[in-house]
Ligand binder design. Structure first.
Ligand code: SF4
Length: 66
């Protein structure tokens, strides 16, 4: 069974803060770069995480096989 991992592309992220509001358990804004980063990998990809992926205006969040 493959495990899924959430990845934020630091080059693409524009720091709009959307993902951190939708799923604050998974995402946080880096206070130095003002870009989103993964705060904690979710055990399973839940609705909030999937919504954050769908709502990112620049498609910077991916869910990849680990
Ligand atoms: S929603 Fe996308 S662009 Fe906005 S902070 Fe999150 S990863 Fe960055």
């Amino acid at each position: 069974m493959s495990t899924k991992k959430v990845v934020v592309n630091q080059d693409t992220c524009i720091g709009c803060n959307t993902c951190t509001l939708i799923d604050p358990d998974t995402f946080e804004l880096n206070q130095t770069t003002f870009k989103a980063q993964v705060k904690k990998q979710p055990e399973t990809i839940g609705q909030a995480t999937q919504s954050a992926v769908d709502c990112c205006p620049v498609g910077a969040i991916s869910i990849v096989d680990e």
